[in-house]
Design a protein around this ligand. Structure first.
Ligand SMILES: Cc1cc2nc3c(=O)[nH]c(=O)nc-3n(C[C@H](O)[C@H](O)[C@H](O)COP(=O)(O)OP(=O)(O)OC[C@H]3O[C@@H](n4cnc5c(N)ncnc54)[C@H](O)[C@@H]3O)c2cc1C
Length: 610
């Protein structure tokens, strides 16, 4: 096919130049002036990842300089929101360092709003500070760019490579340039994965022409999970998918509305409904419903029950707050900094929130490790606070040696958000440098055979297409290949119907999950026959493969946890209650890379913070 192979040897390879990746790039150079640091990014780091369009708030800032919050408070908050289930060591470690990351952003030129009376950063809520964040990502990317030896934009990393000199140690990564098609082989002593979470594994509310309109970025294609899973790394809390309550159709954020503008919700008949579901929720989750603030999933639960009772749609009451011109401006600006499309949707539907209370909806589920849920790789915590079961030598190192993660890639660390993901990147990079220095004598060995095998696999969709298209007599349907869009829609349908998507009101059970796994197995077989017409479709094919393997992991975890821990995110119809006696535990999985078999186990949740 005439593509070149480009080899690169480096010390630290960062896969994905999002918030976690940029944090890793910046910090790695601080500790390792003498090392070669490279970022491989499938888009362009200036506008890539979940922060691509910008943000209006930094959602994780302690404010320790003014004694606003302490890291312990944040751990309690995240633990409460996740119904008890976080890795408190990782959460504490992120929280104690996050403020310094935010101070760096300001130093680099990010405009942070200030409260004119106190001179402190303008709070949106207890944890959030408000920013003029349209250029958040380019500002952070500039710092990363100036720190590393090279940023390779447009490289879709498809696999991690293993070091054949050492068992269970990473040896680099491989992928292709989505513009030139060239194969890129990175032999690296350490790899830090920061490739974002997973959208489009469940069928979205908007399909057909509108399928790109999801809350979570459509380009977040689960690589952060698939890459470690394929390398045999352990994963945790993959069942803990997130469902967002957002403005309907545009998925505009509601945080500033609730917290800053003090808007509230009501049903179709103008009634407030959340309190009516108190007894119902208490019967499912016990005293968790009495916690303050009410865990996000439980608020979703009340929303879903109210709609199921026939009193939808649910509206956000904006008509009161928007009479105040300042609040009206903030309401609109909130979208302009991060979700312009919500303003466009309202304009196109003749909705002026000053006079009409806009509808809310619940999204399809997504899998993320840095927002309000904590799916991702099982990683070592820091030396000083982690219990022995959570610590194996290097902070943020996965169970594959030399393989680190940050942001959505890592499990157990909910509510890190943009600033916390950047911070995790910094922590991972510092530990990666230490790993390299501790193993200074070791040489990475990635054999030609390993590279050749992967190369064949990577380009196979192009070959499938070239051969298979000769069998087409009319239209686009080939007897011997399927196209990425067909595979994606099939995956989304399986996940939706069997694993608890919108089509079944987030409900699933053991028989459904087992059927789902069987269908995912057959899909995996068929994905061997995926056809890619061009390089763009080759990227789509690999994104789909990554989504499919992450979906399998989500399904396995959902099957394993025999309780409904987070009503409002998903329900196990056969175990409709939270069960602290048996399931006050983290779930951990490992897929055997040779056999494809999964093993699942429980890991203890240590409450380090009282
Ligand atoms: C809709 C939405 C709204 C949010 N709002 C806020 C907010 O208001 N405030 C806040 O603080 N946080 C917010 N967050 C959270 C924040 O954006 C994330 O926590 C953060 O971006 C996660 O960082 P990350 O590095 O894990 O992933 P990302 O920043 O998403 O970066 C992932 C990177 O990996 C690249 N990549 C993916 N796959 C590959 C591959 N195979 N090969 C190479 N590169 C790859 C991507 O292109 C991307 O650059 C929001 C998130 C979302 C989705």
């Amino acid at each position: 096919m005439g593509f070149k192979t480009v080899f690169d040897d480096c010390d630290i390879l960062i896969v994905g130049g999002g918030m976690g990746g940029c944090g890793a790039a910046f910090e790695a150079r601080y500790w390792a002036r003498d090392m070669k640091i490279v970022v491989a990014e499938k888009a362009n780091i200036d506008r890539s990842g979940a922060v691509a369009q910008g943000l209006y708030a930094i959602n994780c800032y302690m404010g320790m300089q003014w004694d606003e919050n302490q890291p312990e408070d944040h751990v309690r908050y995240a633990r409460n929101d996740l119904m008890g289930m976080v890795r408190e060591d990782l959460a504490y470690d992120m929280a104690r360092h996050v403020d310094s990351a935010v101070h760096k952003f300001e130093e680099w030129g990010l405009p942070l709003m200030r409260n004119p009376e106190t001179g402190r950063y303008q709070r949106e809520g207890k944890w959030q500070i408000m920013i003029h964040g349209e250029s958040y990502k380019p500002i952070v990317a500039e710092a990363a760019r100036k720190s590393v030896d090279r940023i390779d934009n447009r490289i879709m990393v498809t696999h991690l490579l293993m070091d054949e000199n050492h068992p269970n140690r990473v040896g680099g990564a491989i992928g292709f340039n989505v513009r030139t098609g060239n194969l890129h082989v990175y032999r690296a002593k350490t790899v830090i994965v920061g490739a974002g979470g997973a959208s489009h594994i469940f069928k979205p509310r908007s399909v057909g022409e509108g399928m790109g309109r999801t809350w979570y970025a459509p380009w977040s294609s689960a690589s952060a999970y698939a890459l470690p899973i394929m390398a045999g790394a352990k994963m945790t809390q993959m069942e803990n998918r997130i469902v967002l309550c957002r403005f309907k159709d545009g998925y505009g954020p509601v945080g500033a509305y609730f917290l800053h503008l003090k808007t509230y919700t009501q049903n179709a008949y103008g009634e407030q409904y959340e309190a009516n579901w108190y007894d119902d929720t208490k019967a499912m989750v016990g005293e968790y419903i009495d916690h303050h603030p009410t865990p996000t999933c439980l608020r979703n639960h009340a929303f879903l029950r109210e709609v199921a009772a026939g009193r939808g749609p649910i509206h956000m009451v904006t008509t009161e707050a928007f009479q105040d011109p300042h609040k009206e401006t903030v309401g609109w600006e909130n979208f302009l900094g991060m979700t312009v499309s919500q303003a466009v949707v309202w304009a196109s539907q003749d909705i002026d929130p000053k006079y009409i209370n806009p509808e809310l909806t619940t999204s399809e589920p997504y899998v993320m490790g840095s927002h309000a849920t904590c799916s991702g790789a099982w990683a070592s915590g820091p030396e000083d606070i982690s219990p022995s079961e959570y610590y194996w030598g290097y902070n943020r190192m996965m169970t594959v040696e030399g393989l680190f993660g940050a942001g959505d890639a890592l499990g157990g660390t909910a509510h890190a958000f943009s600033s916390g993901s950047f911070t995790e990147g910094r922590l991972a990079a510092k530990a990666a440098v230490k790993f390299i220095r501790d193993h200074a004598k070791d040489r990475v060995n990635v054999s030609d055979k390993q590279i050749e095998d992967k190369k064949k696999e990577i380009y196979k969709p192009l070959e499938n297409y070239q051969v298979g298209r000769n069998e087409i007599v009319a239209g686009t349907v080939s007897p011997s290949y399927l196209l990425p869009i067909h595979g994606l829609q099939r995956l989304e349908k399986i996940m939706d119907e069997y694993v608890g998507g919108i089509g079944v009101n987030y409900m699933t059970n053991e028989p459904l999950l087992k059927f789902g796994l069987e269908k995912l197995r057959i899909l995996q077989e068929d994905l061997e026959h995926i056809g890619a017409e061009d390089l763009h479709q080759l990227q789509r094919a690999w994104e789909l493969k990554h989504r499919a393997i992450a979906s399998e992991c989500v399904t396995q975890h959902t099957l394993f946890r025999k309780e409904t821990r987070w009503p409002g995110y998903y329900y196990r119809g056969d175990y409709l209650k939270l069960d602290d006696e048996n399931w006050h535990a983290l779930t951990v999985s490992r897929r055997n890379p040779e056999s494809g078999e999964w093993e699942l186990e429980k890991a203890p949740v240590y409450h380090i913070i009282d």
